[in-house]
Write a protein of this length. Structure first.
Length: 357
């Protein structure tokens, strides 16, 4: 099976020339679009009844996004279909596949910086150590964390990048780019420990095609497949209940390990645990914050740790920032810990950890 062009090919930026055709779902929406353009002094034609044609050279995509900002409801933005052509021309059947929602077009115009960031590969990997609980001087592995690099050199958080990517239809390309960036960074650092990489299951159409480049990158790396642990975030929502297990089975078939991230952050933790049967679970940092002072957190977390051990699932407590939180994790049998107490995310993997606590 070939590679997935939907994941590997970056879409073109919103064109600054040519003609943008807008096809709203209702006459009321058509009137709002026409009025917004008129208020901004932007001319438009109506070549067919109910369809507007905007000369992009006269306004530009960023200005157009500002013009429409707040003028339509979210449902109207989704219902309005757009098609860009180099100039006035009859629409062919092949053009239909390039139609998109106005919401996606506007989001892509506002998030032009993200597309430019991906085109220039301005993304960096930061490593945070994961420590053996019984040996705080020993690094078990590193979680690969993402930092975008803006055109002015500013670091951009992954949350900001993924928020824009979801709206702009760039989630598939962003998730793939980060997986490959983390693999290459681990190879460059010559890591011999476990390498934890987050992935978004909603960014994968079909594992065999969407993950082909990921599998190839690991095969070319000469690192052992079982060094890689792919983390699925519990808060990621997958509409098809069978889709996520298919993805994880594909990872396992290639020798990789699986972690369930942010365990305890949502309502479906136990259901996901029984369905996915991960090799690791990572306890959400909010569960661990001041766990030694909160008897409710302590009771819930200790029971979950005990359950995981009985299921032969290795446990990682995230967000450990104080000696007291670490000591609680030791007493209750957590296998590994991760947090600022042992190391902050760094472009170069830190090996020095707290040897005595």
């Amino acid at each position: 099976m070939g590679a997935c062009p939907g994941c590997e090919l970056l879409p073109q930026a919103v064109a600054e020339q040519g003609v943008l055709y807008l096809c709203p779902p209702l006459g009321h929406t058509l009137g709002k679009l026409r009025q917004a353009l008129a208020d901004a002094g932007i001319d438009c034609d109506e070549p067919e009844n109910g369809i507007l044609a905007v000369d992009m050279e006269s306004c530009g995509s960023v200005r157009l996004a500002r013009v429409f900002d707040g003028r339509l409801t979210s449902a109207e933005e989704v219902g309005t279909r757009c098609l860009h052509l180099d100039g006035p021309a009859a629409i062919s059947i092949s053009d239909l596949g390039r139609m998109q929602t106005l919401q996606t077009l506007l989001a892509r115009a506002r998030g032009r910086w993200l597309l430019q960031m991906l085109e220039a590969s301005r993304v960096a990997t930061y490593f945070q150590p994961i420590i053996c609980t019984e040996r705080p001087d020993h690094v078990f592995g590193y979680e690969c964390l993402t930092r975008g690099i803006a055109a002015d050199g500013r670091l951009v958080s992954p949350g900001e990048m993924f928020e824009v990517a979801r709206d702009a239809g760039l989630l598939f390309q962003l998730d793939r780019a980060l997986r490959l960036r983390h693999i290459h960074a681990a190879v460059k650092q010559e890591l011999t420990s476990k390498v934890f990489i987050n992935f978004n299951p909603t960014a994968i159409y079909d594992p065999a095609s969407c993950l082909k480049s990921t599998v190839q990158a690991i095969a070319n790396s000469k690192m052992r497949p079982n060094q890689f642990v792919f983390e699925v975030v519990e808060s990621d929502t997958v509409a098809d209940p069978d889709h996520l297990p298919r993805i994880l089975d594909y990872y396992r078939d290639h020798g990789y390990l699986i972690a369930l991230d942010d365990f305890g952050a949502g309502y479906g933790s136990v259901n996901l645990l029984t369905k996915l049967k991960p090799d690791f679970i990572k306890f959400d940092m909010h569960l661990m914050r001041d766990v030694h002072l909160d008897r409710y957190k302590a009771l819930v977390t200790s029971r979950l740790l005990d359950m995981a051990h009985k299921l032969n699932i290795r446990t990682i407590c995230e967000g450990i920032e104080s000696p007291q939180e670490y000591q609680w994790a030791v007493r209750h049998g957590a296998d590994y810990v991760q947090g600022y107490l042992f190391g902050r995310p760094s472009p170069v993997p830190e090996t020095a950890t707290m040897s005595a606590i």
